[in-house]
Every structure is written in C-alpha cells, then in structure tokens.
Design a protein around this ligand. Structure first.
Ligand SMILES: Nc1ncnc2c1ncn2[C@@H]1O[C@H](COP(=O)(O)OP(=O)(O)OP(=O)(O)O)[C@@H](O)[C@H]1O
Ligand SMILES: [Mg+2]
Length: 338
C-alpha cells in the first residue's frame, strides 16, 4: 500500500470525525472549499524529510523514492555531519538486505567517490537465517563493544525478538561487518577500505566510476585467460582470512567485485570465526564449492573437498580445534577430519 493512500486516510477521517454522525452539527459546519490544490511532490518530500528530523542542509543530487526517502537520509545524515560525505549521487545496487549508494566523498577522506551500504528498515529486510553464523559470536553494540551477557533485559529482548531486540541484533550484525572489514583491510586483504559505521549504514571505499559500480564476477563473462589468476587471488584471500581465524561465510561470484583487473571481496556480516563456530568447516567448504562452481567452467581445475581438507589441515585442524567442539554436529559425513 502506498504511503499516501488517500482512501485509507479518508476512512480514518470518516471514522474519527466527531461530526460524522451528527447531522445537526454537520449542517452547521462551514462548507468546505471545493478544490484543494495537491501539494507539489517536492513539498511533500520536504515535509517527510522534516518529519524524520532532517535539517542542516543535507540535500542530495540523487532523488530517492518515497519508500527510501526517510530511512536513507536518516542513515546518511550523520556521515554528512561528520564531514565524510557531501552528497548522494546514485544508487549502485539494491541487495536483499541493503542498498549501496554512490556518494561524493568529503575531501577529508582522501577519496572522490565513496560507497554507503544502507540497511533497509527492519520490516523491509529479507533477513538471512543467521543462527548458524551467530554461534559463539559476541553481540556488538553501536560502539563496537561486546554486550554484557548479564544484561538480562537486552538478552531477553533478543530472544523474544521484540522490536528492541531485533534492533540490537541488527546493530550487532552491522558492527560485525564493519569490524571485520577493518581487520581485513589492516591485514592487507583485498576488501574495500572502511571509513565509518552508523546504526544502519556503513561507509567504505567505492569501486566503479561516476556512472556504474564495479560489476560482480557473476555479472561479467570473465575471459578464460584471466580465470586462473583471479581464482588464485580469491584463494589467497581465503588463506589470509584463515590465518586470522576467519571464514567469509557467503562467498560466491555474487560477492566478488571485479574492477581494473582486480578482484575485491565484499559483504561480510556473516564472517565466521573458526575456533568458536562448530559449523566452521562446513561453511568453509560451502564457500569453496561455490567458488569452484564459478571457476571450473572457466577452465580452472579445483576440487572443493580436497581444497577444504588441505586448508583446514594447514590453518585450523592442527591447533586442536576438535577438542572444543561437538564433532558430530559439524561432521557427520564420515570424512577424515584430521
Ligand atoms: N564498495 C563497493 N563499491 C561498489 N559497489 C559495491 C560496493 N559494495 C557493494 N557494492 C554493490 O552493492 C551490491 C550489494 O552489496 P552487498 O553484497 O554488500 O549487500 P547485500 O544486501 O548483502 O546484498 P545481497 O544480499 O544481494 O548479497 C553488491 O552486489 C555490489 O554490486
Ligand atoms: Mg551481497
């Protein structure tokens, strides 16, 4: 239903108008002006922006739809005030949970363009089932610190999925993405440099140009002669992450950008920590399988099961991971896990 469904408001007015059922009173009422001019769209938009509490001159070149208006500007306003962005130029892509926007960077960032990943409001999000990734993870608050598990009120709200609990879960999800991006960037992984995080959005380096964002591998026909090199680059990032106890968790051609002959890994909220999540090996194998699904038809020879086994042995298995987890949950296929 549209935000401005006239019928809906008419019904509302009819129902709650005290004069509605009082014939005498209705007769006394001043006649209504016959024609009320419709508000100009721009005026309506400005009023909504005001309703959302937006002031301070944050006007954007990109004209958001009515649906996005409130939450988009509200999410990005803090970045404008912190002098990280000066304008929103366009929408790069709408994902399942978030939209990514191309913004004009404030000179203080040293960038020209910058990407803002803005999560949709809770009710419009198509939430992934994150239970598998949450295992063993702290709940992170807006300042990036772990929530005290003795905070019963919040823990109960999360468990019961109240509106407050869902917002806490969501902020935690976003902060995990931001923290991971920071760590990965610092250790030299091929990821966008993060700049800032807010309650519903994060800012990071933008790949692409003034008109289009970098395509994902899924969107291009990667020439066979580049396939081996690109596959090796992705694998070396997987290894780097494993060296730091991390697994991407949603790796596929959809979450790999390709720009200037380089591959960039994106989309990190579900990163898994190898030594606290009993599903870690399964998650790693799924990442590698999806990768091989893309690269094998392009002439790269890779066997997901062998690769996973070798990587696990090298980076995880040898530190005695299986002492701490319930092996049966992770590994019921009977494969060799040593
Ligand atoms: N730093 C960036 N520079 C340019 N484009 C980007 C950047 N980050 C993301 N994008 C674009 O935005 C899209 C959505 O980003 P991302 O995958 O992080 O969000 P998502 O909502 O989790 O998406 P989905 O659920 O579809 O995977 C990407 O597929 C990519 O096209
Ligand atoms: Mg994605």
């Amino acid at each position: 239903m549209s935000l401005f469904d006239d019928d809906k408001y008419q019904q509302y007015e009819d129902q709650f108008d005290p004069l509605h059922n009082d014939r005498q009173a209705r007769r006394k009422r001043k006649p209504k002006a016959k024609h009320i001019a419709k508000k100009a769209t721009q005026q309506v938009l400005e009023e909504i922006a005001d309703l959302e509490g937006l002031e301070g001159g944050f006007k954007t070149t990109y004209v958001p739809g009515l649906f996005e208006q409130g939450w988009l500007l509200q999410a990005l306003q803090p970045f404008y005030e912190q002098k990280l962005i000066t304008d929103v130029l366009g929408r790069v892509k709408g994902g399942k949970e978030a939209n990514v926007y191309r913004c004009m960077a404030h000179p203080s960032t040293g960038e020209t363009l910058i990407a803002a990943k803005v999560y949709r409001p809770r009710m419009f999000r198509n939430l992934r089932n994150d239970a598998m990734y949450r295992e063993g993870r702290d709940i992170l608050t807006g300042n990036g610190k772990a929530l005290n598990k003795k905070d019963d009120r919040t823990m109960r709200a999360i468990g019961k999925k109240t509106a407050y609990g869902q917002q806490v879960s969501h902020t935690s999800w976003l902060m995990h993405e931001y923290k991971t991006l920071n760590t990965l960037f610092q250790i030299g992984a091929s990821v966008p440099q993060p700049f800032a995080a807010g309650e519903n959005a994060l800012l990071m380096a933008y790949f692409g140009d003034e008109t289009i964002g970098a395509p994902t591998l899924h969107e291009i026909d990667l020439p066979r002669q580049h396939a081996k090199r690109v596959f090796a680059a992705v694998m070396s990032n997987i290894e780097l992450m494993l060296q730091h106890d991390m697994i991407h968790g949603d790796l596929s051609a959809y979450n790999l950008l390709y720009w200037d002959d380089e591959v960039i890994l994106i989309d990190f909220p579900q990163v898994t920590i190898t030594d606290v999540n009993s599903n870690a090996r399964t998650i790693l194998e799924r990442d590698i399988t999806r990768l091989c699904d893309y690269f094998v038809p392009r002439g790269v020879s890779c066997d997901p099961s062998d690769l996973t086994h070798a990587l696990w042995q090298k980076y995880v298995g040898k530190v005695g991971f299986y002492r701490e987890v319930d092996v049966s949950r992770t590994w019921d296929s009977g494969d060799d896990v040593q």
